[in-house]
Design a protein around this ligand. Structure first.
Ligand code: SAM
Length: 198
């Protein structure tokens, strides 16, 4: 039997699959090794655009290489800047933003996302999302600072206007207390029907 309950990363992709269409704009707020950027670039097609942020040049180089291997580099704008500067680079009207917090696997584990900048970036993201648009945040708690960042994200979503935002936060009681979790936020206003389905 396959394991049924997906990892937070896979769950984020399953949700994004439901909203992101050819021609849309999307943000990868933490490009890292480029897996999510590539995934977003594949979904938005030739007429869409992906904006991918990372503070590390090495991460953007790896992302560029991954995109080039698939011939998709023209769909992506790579931005070496903190995602807390999102609004300086991106016009409003994005359909999806993906955050994958923590450190770069295979990179310097001291360079991590941090609560203050993550929340600043999330606030800007929520302003830029179209109605019906989706933000996903995969939160890691196993490294130094991860627990505090997870708490900051959880607190942030508690204080959102419930009429404007539909929000989930996953709990995996059978997994470790340090296991990653997913927060996803959809801007209300363009729902076709209540409940939704994958
Ligand atoms: C877990 S990795 C992302 C993995 C990536 N999504 C992938 O598919 O490979 C987190 C990344 O966030 C980056 N990062 C840290 N602080 C940042 C910030 N303020 N703005 C943007 N990226 C940041 C790190 O450099 C690291 O590459």
């Amino acid at each position: 039997m396959p394991r049924l309950f997906p990892t937070p990363v896979l769950l984020a992709h399953l949700l994004v699959n439901q909203v992101l269409r050819v021609g849309d704009s999307a943000v990868d707020a933490t490009a890292g090794n480029g897996h999510d950027t590539l995934y977003l670039a594949q979904r938005v097609g030739d007429t869409g655009k992906v904006y991918a942020f990372d503070v590390q040049r090495g991460a953007l180089l790896r992302t560029a290489e991954r995109l080039r291997a698939e011939g998709l580099e023209n769909r992506v704008v790579l931005i070496q800047a903190g995602h807390e500067r999102l609004k300086e680079f991106i016009p409003a009207g994005i359909k999806t933003a993906m955050f994958n917090l923590g450190y770069l696997p295979g990179g310097d584990h001291r360079i991590i996302t941090r609560p203050g900048t993550t929340i600043a970036a999330l606030k800007q993201t929520l302003d830029l999302l179209e109605p019906g648009g989706l933000a996903t945040v995969v939160v890691y708690r196993g490294h130094d600072g991860g627990k505090e960042e997870g708490e900051a994200v959880s607190k942030f979503i508690q204080n959102l206007d419930r009429k404007r935002w539909d929000v989930i936060s996953t709990v995996f009681p059978s997994r470790s207390a340090h296991a990653p979790f997913l927060v996803a936020l959809q801007k209300t206003g363009d729902f076709q029907k209540e409940g939704g389905s994958l």
